[in-house]
Design a protein around this ligand. Sequence first.
Ligand code: R1P
Ligand code: URA
Length: 291
Amino acid sequence: MIPSSELILNPDGSIYHLNLMPDHLSDTIITVGDPARVAQVSRHFDSVEFETTHREFVTHVGYFRGKRLAVISTGMGTDNIDIVMNELDALVNIDFVSRTVRPAEERMSLRIIRLGTSGSLQADVPVGSMLATEHAVGLDTLMQFYPLVETGLETEIATELQQTLELPFAPYVVRGSDLLREQLGAGMVMGNTLTCPGFYGPQGRILRLDLRQPDYISRLQNFRHQSAEGEFRLTNFEMETAGYYSLGRLLGHEVLSLNAIVANRATGEFAENAGAVVDAMIERTLLRLVV
Ligand code: R1P
Ligand code: URA
């Protein structure tokens, strides 16, 4: 039995941060960072049957062309993704009455699709493009606390990147769901996303503070790993994807991160209409979910 200090339920029986009950969820969940983006997604729904808000976690549950979908905002950073992934998993795979984990044969695998904004690292991934993440690379510390198992290739990339960046710890590298990427990311740029524990220094942005490594961005842009699977390079920066991909692997959920490229760090551009790029990605994803 999981104690009430670990599996925390609100007085109405909903889970602590997300404020959701098990029957609120659908098997397919769209997640976004910005709470305002939830309505940008749900305005396309035929109907919204449930809404709740708690802190940065806004949820709308409804139907798009007859398909039940939940859209949830996460706020920024992998610390929030730790909360979102653990609580979504608890909603489907833990019995809240007996406070026990459901037997393996009753456990559910969710489909979780992140629709986020991102900055490109490479000149040939322009502002306005949509990128589907193949590998996520975490520069944050979330996986210092979980027993993530990486493949040989993932470990090689992590080790080389640690050397390239002269980091005191190894980044973690996780390949996401090939199935979801092929289904929902067709025609998009396929990329490898660097998940950073910050928007400024960790993404090499200089306003008033210098970086420890003045050539940090060019080290990332020029990083290459050759393997039988081809050449690996880093394509874009954001702040959540590696948390999703690693916790998705650990908990048994299918996860995909789709990124609207709103900044390009090689050319110095920012999208003139970032909202339109995000809208196009939302519409394309919703339509692909119902074919
Ligand atoms: C930074 O501006 C935020 O934008 C990106 C980053 O991952 C970070 O959360 O994603 P969202 O637009 O989904 O929030
Ligand atoms: N989100 C990020 O984290 N970085 C960018 O450059 C743009 C959006």
